[in-house]
Design a protein around this ligand. Structure first.
Ligand code: CA
Length: 227
């Protein structure tokens, strides 16, 4: 697995690089936005750890430029402050996950493992969240033992939400990973919202406990708890 770390603070950058190398990843480090963007667009990486606050070209600009080139590389952004606007802007720009600085290395490492796992298709079945049971092989979905009849797209949408349960899934992520559209467009957002509404009707309306939540301004989350 090849990772790229784009971080201008040498201490943080080197610590992350060494920590990840110790876990067996091949890790390149770029200390400016320009170098980072050059490496990211000329070499192939499985995942990029991208600091948002960089001199010159900032992390969000780099991310937007990469997505514009149709790069589907997994990107985890490091935001300097716990400001919701930064996270929303990051997810909107196409980030797969974010971590707020300062962070503990084990958390970074765990997020990276989760993202790399998500990147590959894992035939782990059945998937269970509360009273929801989903079998990706037989493509059946049960809620409280009752079978839900889903369209192919609704099934894929639910599967993606289940695999990311407990985490906010942005429309950007759904566009890229479920609809396979690397470029986000407003009409597609509307299509996504319609599918989410249809899925919710089948998944949640007949049952007392709700699983599919809207996270205002960010996206959706499948969770037994209200986010
Ligand atoms: Ca920085």
């Amino acid at each position: 697995m090849r990772l790229l770390v784009i971080e201008d603070e040498p201490k943080v950058g080197h610590a992350v690089q060494e920590g990840l190398q110790a876990e067996g990843y091949e890790v390149a480090l770029a200390e400016t936005g320009e170098d980072g963007f050059f490496l990211a667009s000329s070499l192939s990486f499985d995942l990029i750890v991208l600091d948002v606050m960089l001199p010159g070209r900032n992390g969000l600009e780099i991310l937007a430029a990469l997505r514009k080139q149709n790069s589907a590389v997994q990107v985890l952004i490091l935001t300097a402050k716990d400001a919701i606007e930064d996270r929303v802007a990051g997810l909107d720009a196409g980030a797969d996950d974010y971590l707020v600085k300062p962070f503990a290395f084990p958390e970074l490492s765990a997020r990276i493992r989760a993202l790399l796992r998500r990147g590959k298709s894992e035939p782990v079945t059945p998937l269970r969240i509360g009273t929801l049971e989903m079998d990706s092989v037989t493509r059946t979905v049960l809620r409280e033992g009752l079978r839900l009849e889903l369209t192919a797209r609704e099934f894929e949408l639910l599967e993606f939400l289940v695999r990311n349960h407990g985490r906010v899934v942005s429309r950007e992520m759904l566009a890229r990973d479920v609809w396979k559209e690397p470029v986000r467009a407003t009409p597609l957002d509307n299509v996504i919202d319609v599918h989410v509404a249809r899925l919710r009707k089948k998944l949640d309306d007949p049952f007392a406990s709700k699983l599919l939540h809207t996270v205002r301004g960010v996206g959706f989350m499948l969770s037994e708890e209200i986010p």
